[in-house]
Design a protein around this ligand. Structure first.
Ligand SMILES: *[C@@H]1O[C@H](CO)[C@@H](O)[C@H](O)[C@H]1NC(C)=O
Ligand SMILES: *[C@@H]1O[C@H](CO)[C@@H](O)[C@H](O)[C@H]1NC(C)=O
Length: 213
């Protein structure tokens, strides 16, 4: 692995809910072979998103295997804090702080990025990295009452791998099943390869330091 992709992997390691695949493709190509690289990406219809409601904390319930193995090795308790920016040069973008715990090294990581909004399409930018695709393809729950309960995001860049992230307001899924969400993605034209299925993210309350009942 070259210097650049090692650097990218290091940064990607804590990206958690994002697919850093525009650049991570290098690693995918080296280690996973070409079969996972998309020659074309799906073009799913995107729901309208109330950004105020979308802000707040999201737990990663699971994500596709390539993202998990290349950028989230041993990372558990992955969550993101989304803050809507309402003034200044980044007005209407969302600041994201991604947190995770590495069970192998014992390190906690926090990384701050910016989710840029361009109509219904988003892209996520971390310092020193090119922006990566981030599209919300599924939202469940009332934006006002629940500030949404469940979300699913899709990321794909032609020539790179595709990724799905399943997010919930709680450390567990609220009402949906993984199978239903994958079937929904399929109905939007997104077919996950056999070796890029959804892998669950451990969110155990004690491991994650959330056992505060
Ligand atoms: C977690 O720690 C192990 C051991 O230090 C390391 O190999 C791995 O890349 C780390 N994972 C992340 C996501 O940083
Ligand atoms: C968007 O969501 C916020 C927070 O729930 C809510 O206060 C606001 O009324 C919503 N806006 C619209 C247009 O529904």
């Amino acid at each position: 692995m070259g210097r650049v992709s090692a650097h990218v992997l290091w940064l990607c390691a804590v990206l958690a809910m994002v697919a850093c695949f525009g650049v991570g493709a290098q690693a995918g190509r080296t280690q996973a072979g070409r079969t996972l690289l998309q020659s074309t990406c799906a073009n799913p219809a995107l729901p309208d998103v109330n950004l105020t409601a979308y802000a707040g904390v999201w737990y990663q319930i699971g994500a596709t295997a390539v993202q998990k193995s290349f950028t989230e090795t041993d990372a558990v308790c992955i969550s993101g804090r989304y803050s809507l920016i309402t003034s200044g040069p980044n007005n209407n973008a969302i600041r994201i702080r991604l947190d995770s715990y590495n069970t192998s090294s014992g390190d906690y990581s926090a990384l701050i990025g910016l989710l840029n909004v361009n109509g219904r399409s988003f892209n996520l930018q971390f310092p020193g990295l090119p922006a990566s695709d981030y599209r919300i393809i599924y939202l469940k729950g009332d934006p006002i009452k629940d500030r949404y309960k469940t979300a699913m995001t899709y990321s794909c860049t032609t020539g790179s791998t595709q990724a799905i992230n399943i997010l919930s307001r709680k450390p567990t899924l609220d009402g949906d099943t993984i199978a239903e969400l994958v079937a929904y993605a399929q109905s939007l034209g997104i077919t996950l390869e056999a070796n890029n299925q959804i892998v669950l993210t451990p969110q155990d309350a004690i491991t994650c330091g959330r056992n505060d009942d």
